[in-house]
Write a protein that binds this ligand. Structure first.
Ligand code: AHR
Length: 643
C-alpha cells in the first residue's frame, strides 16, 4: 500500500495550504485488476501546444455587467429601456413630492443623448427626494473600503443643489457612506466623489441613493460606483474573479464571443469602435442574451485584461452573419465590415503612428498588443444561406494581404481558402465525451490546426458537477494527446451570476453573486490540467479493461519532469500498474494533486464553495514499475521527477 500525505488546497487555487491530512489508499475494484499503463519516457511522439489552455468569454449570464466588470450601478446611463428607467426607483421622504422619467431630449453626449429627469415639486432639508439603484442583485459593500462614485448631471438653473450620493443598507436603512456635491449648474458636468465605509459587515443588501433637498428639475446620466479593482485599474475588473482566472494560467482569451459578437440582427453586431474611449462616448448596445451591454468593458479593457493575466487575445471579428439568420452579402456590401476588421487589428497591433494605433494611444495605451490569431465570425455553420465560404474568403484575403503573419481562424468548414485554424465547438453529455476522447487521434496533420473554441460537459447546474468535471478531464486528456494539432481549447461559458434571473445558460465554469464567487469541480480540473503540462507528449499504451480510465502523459525535458494525468470516472477505485520505460529513471518521490468526489452529482456552490477542492500529497515509492490505486471519481496528476 502506498503511503500518501495529502495537503488540502486553499480557496484561491494553490495559494493556501492547510495542515497535512493522512488518507488511506482506496480499495481496488476487481474488474480492473491487471490494467497496465506503459509510458515510454524517452519517446516523444508529439509537441504540446504552449497555448493549449485558454479562456473564452462573452457577455452572457451577466459575465461582464454584474460580473467581472466591477461597476456596481445597474443601467447607469439609463439606456436599458428607452421608455423606463429600469432598475431605478424614486424615493420621497416624508412630505417630499417628486417623479422621474426618461428624457429623450437631453443627455451628456451624442452617444448618451437621453437621461433621467428627476422633477421635484417638494423637498427640503428634512424631507429629501431622490432616485435609488439596487445594483446587480444588490450593491456589495465591505468594511473600511473606499468606493469611487461619479455621475453626470445638470439642473434647470445654475447653482441648484445640493445632490447627495449615499449608500444605504436595505435592511436597517443605515447610511453606510455618504457624500455631498454642493451645487449643480445648468450645463451637463461630471461630478466625482469618494465614499468610505466604516466598520460594517460585508453584504450585498445595500442600495445607492442620489437625493436632493430643493424643488426643481435635475437630469442624471452615467451614475457610477466602483469598488477597489484588480490592480487598482480605473474602470477595472472584480478582484476575486480575476484571481480565479489568474490561477488557471490561461494562455489566451477568445473575445468578444460567441453569439455576443454576432448580435441577433446585423444592426446589433459587436461594433468595437463604439466600445472605445470615455464611457460618455459608448452608446451601449443590445446583446443576444436578452439584456443590454453597457460596453464599459470594451475592446481596450479586453486587451488590458489580457495584459493583466499574461494572455494573448484571440480576436474574433464580426463576419456578416447574425443569429436570427441575417447575413451580409459577400462583395461590396461586406467590404465595410472587412475594413472594420482591418481597423480593429490595427487598433490592437498598430504603432501609435498608425490611424487606429493612434486612437488606442489616445485611449491610454500607446504600446501595441501582441496578436497571433484572428477569428472570422462565430459558428457560421448556422448560416443556412451558404454564404460563409465567400464571406470568409473576402476576410481571409484582406487580412492575409495586410497582415501576412496573422493566423486566420474559420468557424466552419470552407472550400475557397485554406484557413490556418478551424474552430470546433462541443456541448455534450458526460457519456458523449467519455466515448469520444480519441476524437482528434486520426485528424489529418497536414490540414488546418484545430481550436476547440467552445466545449463543455452539459451536466450540473448552475455549474458543472463532479461527473461533468470527470468528463471534462477525460476530454482534455484527448486534446492534450493531440495538441500538436489541437493548438488551443477554451471551455464555455466561463461565468455565471447565480442570482435568480441573471443567467441564460448552464452550466458555466465559475459562479458568483455580488459578494462571493466559487470554482466548480470543472474549474479545478481545468486549472490542474493547465498548471501541469509538459511540452512533449510521450508514447504510451494501456493494456487491460478499464473503460472509464483516461490518461495523458507529457514531459518537460528541461525540468526532467513527467506529468501523468489519470482520470478514473468509475465508481470503483482503480488499481493501475505504471511502467516507466526508458533510460531515465524516476526519483522515488512524486507530487500528486487529486480532485475527487463521492458521486457524479457532488458539486461546489456558493453555500459550499470548497466541497470539492484539489488536494496535494506526496508519494514516495515511484519506480520504473509501480502500482497505484486511483480513487473512485477522481482526477489525479502525478509529477514524476527523473534522476
Ligand atoms: O457559449 C454559449 C454560446 O454557445 C456561444 O455564444 C455560442 O457561440 C455557442 O452557440
Amino acid at each position: 500500500m502506498l503511503r500518501s500525505i495529502r495537503i488540502l488546497w486553499g480557496t484561491v487555487f494553490g495559494a493556501m495550504m492547510l495542515a497535512p491530512v493522512l488518507f488511506a489508499q482506496p480499495q481496488p475494484s476487481s474488474h480492473s485488476a491487471g490494467t497496465v499503463l506503459r509510458i515510454q519516457m524517452n519517446k516523444p511522439v508529439a509537441q504540446v501546444s504552449p497555448t493549449l489552455y485558454g479562456l473564452m468569454t462573452e457577455e452572457i449570464n451577466h459575465s461582464y455587467d454584474g460580473g467581472i466588470y466591477a461597476e456596481l450601478v445597474r443601467n447607469r446611463a439609463f439606456q436599458d429601456n428607452s421608455n423606463h428607467p429600469d432598475h431605478w426607483r424614486i424615493v420621497r421622504d416624508g412630505n417630499a413630492r417628486a417623479s422621474m422619467q426618461i428624457d429623450k431630449t437631453t443627455g451628456p453626449s451624442a452617444a448618451l443623448s437621453s437621461s433621467l429627469k428627476l422633477t421635484v415639486q417638494q423637498a427640503d432639508d428634512a424631507d429629501a427626494a431622490g432616485i435609488v439603484n439596487d445594483g446587480y442583485w444588490g450593491i456589495p459593500l465591505r468594511a473600511n473600503t473606499t468606493y469611487a462614485g461619479s455621475f453626470y448631471a445638470k439642473a434647470d438653473h445654475d447653482a441648484s443643489g445640493p445632490v447627495t450620493m449615499s449608500l444605504v443598507n436595505n435592511n436597517t436603512g443605515a447610511v453606510v457612506a455618504t457624500v455631498m456635491v454642493p451645487s449643480l449648474t445648468a450645463e451637463w458636468k461630471q461630478y466625482k466623489v469618494t465614499l468610505q465605509t466604516g466598520q460594517i459587515a460585508t453584504t450585498a443588501s445595500n442600495h445607492l441613493v442620489l437625493s436632493v433637498t430643493r424643488p426643481g428639475a435635475v437630469w442624471f446620466s452615467l451614475v457610477s460606483l466602483f469598488p477597489p479593482t484588480y490592480d487598482n485599474t480605473p474602470n477595472g475588473n472584480r478582484i476575486d474573479l480575476m484571481e480565479k482566472l489568474a490561477a488557471m494560467h490561461p494562455a489566451f482569451l477568445r473575445l468578444p464571443g460567441g453569439n455576443f459578437l454576432e448580435g441577433d440582427r446585423i444592426r446589433d453586431w459587436y461594433d468595437w469602435k463604439k466600445t472605445l474611449g470615455p464611457l460618455l462616448d459608448r452608446p451601449t448596445h443590445p446583446s443576444p442574451w436578452r439584456y443590454r451591454s453597457s460596453d464599459g468593458l470594451g475592446l481596450l479593457e479586453f486587451l488590458e485584461w489580457c495584459q493583466d493575466l499574461h494572455m494573448q487575445p484571440v480576436l474574433a471579428v464580426y463576419a456578416g452573419y447574425s443569429l436570427r439568420g441575417e447575413h451580409v452579402a459577400p462583395g461590396p456590401d461586406l467590404a465595410p465590415y472587412v475594413q472594420s476588421a482591418l481597423d480593429e487589428i490595427q487598433y490592437v497591433t498598430g504603432g501609435a503612428d498608425t490611424k487606429w494605433g493612434a486612437v488606442r494611444a489616445e485611449d491610454g495605451h500607446p504600446a501595441p498588443f501582441p496578436l497571433t490569431y484572428v477569428e472570422v465570425g462565430n459558428e457560421d455553420e448556422f448560416d443556412r444561406s451558404g454564404s460563409y465560404d465567400a464571406r470568409f474568403a473576402q476576410f481571409f484575403d484582406a487580412i492575409r494581404k495586410a497582415y501576412p503573419k496573422l493566423q486566420v481562424i474559420a468557424t466552419a468548414p470552407v472550400k475557397g481558402r485554406t484557413p490556418d485554424v478551424i474552430d470546433d465547438h462541443f456541448y455534450r453529455t458526460a457519456q458523449e465525451f467519455f466515448e469520444d476522447t480519441h476524437h482528434y487521434d486520426k485528424t489529418d496533420r497536414s490540414g488546418p490546426k484545430i481550436f476547440v473554441g467552445e466545449w463543455a460537459t452539459m451536466e450540473g447546474t448552475p455549474t458543472p458537477d463532479m461527473g461533468a468535471a470527470l468528463a471534462d478531464a477525460a476530454w482534455l486528456t484527448g486534446l492534450e494527446r493531440n495538441s500538436d494539432i489541437v493548438i488551443m481549447a477554451s471551455y464555455a461559458p466561463l461565468f455565471i451570476n447565480v442570482n435568480p434571473g441573471a443567467s441564460q445558460w448552464v452550466p458555466d465554469l465559475i459562479g458568483y453573486d455580488a459578494v462571493h464567487s466559487y470554482g466548480s469541480p470543472g474549474y479545478y480540473a481545468q486549472a490542474m490540467f493547465s498548471n501541469h503540462l509538459g511540452n512533449e507528449v510521450v508514447d504510451s499504451s494501456l493494456k487491460g479493461d478499464a473503460p472509464l480510465l483516461f490518461y495523458s502523459a507529457t514531459r518537460d525535458e528541461s525540468k526532467r519532469t513527467l506529468y501523468l494525468k489519470v482520470v478514473n470516472a468509475s465508481s470503483k477505485p482503480l488499481p493501475l500498474e505504471i511502467q516507466l520505460i526508458g533510460k531515465d529513471k524516476p526519483q522515488g518521490t512524486a507530487a500528486v494533486t487529486t480532485l475527487s468526489g463521492h458521486s457524479m452529482e457532488e458539486t461546489n456552490s456558493l453555500a459550499e464553495p470548497a466541497r470539492i477542492l484539489p488536494v496535494k500529497s506526496a508519494i514516495t515509492d515511484v519506480s520504473s514499475d509501480w502500482k497505484r490505486i486511483f480513487p473512485a471519481y477522481s482526477i489525479e496528476i502525478i509529477e514524476v521527477h527523473m534522476r
